[in-house]
Design a binder for this molecule. Sequence first.
Ligand code: NAP
Length: 259
Amino acid sequence: MNGVLPQDYKDQVVWIIGASSGIGEALAKDIARRGGKLALSARRAEVLQALTEDLEGGDHFIAPLDVADPEAVADGFSAITGHFGRLDRVVFMAAVYSPHDGQPKDLAFIHDMLAVNLGGAFNMLDVVRPYFEAQGSGQIALCGSVAGYRGLPFGQPYCAGKAALISLAESLRIELKPTGVDVKVINPGFVKTPLTDKNDFPMPMMIEAEVAGRAIAKGLLRRGFEVHFPKRFTFLMKTLRILPAPVYFWLMNQIAHKL
Ligand SMILES: NC(=O)c1ccc[n+]([C@@H]2O[C@H](COP(=O)([O-])OP(=O)(O)OC[C@H]3O[C@@H](n4cnc5c(N)ncnc54)[C@H](OP(=O)(O)O)[C@@H]3O)[C@@H](O)[C@H]2O)c1
């Protein structure tokens, strides 16, 4: 089955890293409803356990881990492939976040955030990439954000990490094309989750996690590279991406410093 993944989730084994809340949890529920078998990872084992009991279908598995720890990720991967005897798709959703306040962040905080949000993706790839390459099929989906489209004021280091994830997904998609491994990037706009509950600024066109989960579950079955939603908001953000630098900086200076 070199390079050909089925166009549905029936009996597909899907590893979601960052499944204990928000979009990852909603995605797990949606894929389980579509017949997939879930391997669920995050740090909170008891929350993952409760989630498996809530999921449709029988054979789900939890591999609690801290994604910033490469050994824990490798152990989790071995436990999952040992349990199911196969792996079809991996969705990297894990992230930590703190609200943008415009203040320089503590260095330890920055390094810890990047170790999870970006380093975690590399830790996953270290074990998943050779497995999928040897298998000649598989799908790797990295969750970026529209916050990674362009350098936004007051958003770093979160935005910098998301921009790097988008870049990483683009590199991987090209590199892995001859191997039959599909690579996608997921770029959500605002979604109501514990992550965005921390924000006290307006979040236009925000959608519920269930809507995001459904958009991702469907998007991963399509051929394209990017899964993005809600479309009205993401297309608006994409126009920022194509603005020439002087226009972009003029506009953002108006928004950041003059409003
Ligand atoms: N919500 C939005 O508006 C929005 C917009 C664009 C992109 N996103 C992206 O969507 C993804 C999901 O975010 P969300 O909004 O659903 O947030 P969330 O509810 O806070 O979920 C974050 C997930 O990451 C896990 N996680 C955090 N640190 C981890 C670690 N060290 N090791 C393993 N797992 C870890 C958390 O589980 P534990 O705490 O149990 O470890 C949780 O399951 C993130 O990549 C986020 O950047 C969200």
